[in-house]
Write a protein that binds this ligand. Sequence first.
Ligand SMILES: *Cc1c(COP(=O)(O)O)cnc(C)c1O
Length: 349
Amino acid sequence: MTDTIAPPPSALRLAMDARALVANWQALSAMSGSAEAGAAVKANAYGLGAGRVTQALAKAGCRNFFVAHWREVADLLPHVPASQIAVLHGPITAQDIAYARATGARPVLNSLAQARLWQSSGGGLCHIMIDTGMNRLGLSLNDLGDCVLDGLDIDLCLSHLASADEDVAQNESQLRAFRQVRLNVQAKRYSLANSAGIALGSAYHADLTRPGLALYGGIPRPEFANTIAQVAFPEACIIQIRTLQAGDQVGYNATFTADHPMRVGVLALGYADGYLRCWSGKGRFVFAGREVPVLGRVSMDLTIVDLGQVPDCQEGDWLGAIYDLPAAAKASGLSQYELLTLMGQRFSR
Ligand SMILES: *Cc1c(COP(=O)(O)O)cnc(C)c1O
C-alpha cells in the first residue's frame, strides 16, 4: 500500500465570520482616530488561523501584522509583503537572523544584545520594544542612552500596556514613560495601544494601534460592547446517540444521573481540543436555534450532551458551541484570550 489517500474531513470545525472580522478591524481603525490600526496575528491569529485572518485583513487594508515567533512568519508570507510582518520576540539565534534576512520579516528588538546582534549582522530597518512598566519584553528606559541604539534604523518604536483593560493609574504612568521614550528614541512611527488601549483615548493611539483580542470578538472593556461582533464559532459533530433510562449515569466519575428517560448525543470534542473540563455540566450548544446542554464531565476527546430539546437531531449532525466570549469567560472562569487560543489542532479551519 504505497498509494496515499487524503484524510477524511475533521469532525470539528472552527468557523470564522470573515465579515465580522473585517468589520471589527474597521471599527477599531475608526476608534484609533488618526492612527493606523494593525493586527496581532500571533498564536495562529488567536487560534482562528493566521493565514485566513491575514488574508482577510490585508484585503481590507491592514498593513501591519504582529507575530510572536519566527516560526509564525511562514503562514503570513503568502498573503502580505514580509516587510509588513513584525516578529515580537526578536532574534535570539543566528538562525533567527538568517531567517529574517532571507524572508525580509522585521524583528522587534527587545534588548541591547538583540540590537547588537542585528547591527553586527548588517543592520537595516527594524522595530524596537521599550518596557514602560510591565517588566516583560523590551529595553528598559535605562538602556536608551546606549550608543548601539544610535546606529539603528528604526521603523516602529513600541511599548505595551499592562492594564489597559482596567481604569488604573498604571495606564497614565506608562503613557508618561512613553512620552519620554518618544523624546529619546528616533523612529519613523510610534505604537503603544493594544485592543483595550484603543479605548483609552487619542493620547494612547500614537501612529499605530495593535489590536488582537477585539479583532476576534473579544470585549476587554465595556466601550467595545456594541461595536465588536463574534468571529469564532466552534462546531462539533455528533458521532453517537444513545438512550438513557432513569438512574443511568453519564461520563467519567458519573457526575450526572438521569432522573427520567433521556436521549443524549456524544460530540467529537474534548479537552484535548481546548474544550476544557470547566465546561463539564455547564457548557451549552445549539442546534437549529435550540439549546443543547453538556451533561457530566468533558473527557479528552468526547463531550456528552442532552438532546431533549432537539428530537430531530441525528448522528452526523453538527452542533455549535455557545461561545460569546464575554459570557463564555464568565461561565467558564477562563479569560477571553484563553477561550480563543485553546482551540486545538483537530479543528478544521
Ligand atoms: C498580544 C499583543 C498585542 C495585542 O493585544 P490584545 O490585548 O489582544 O489586543 C499587542 N501588542 C503586543 C506587544 C502583544 O504582545
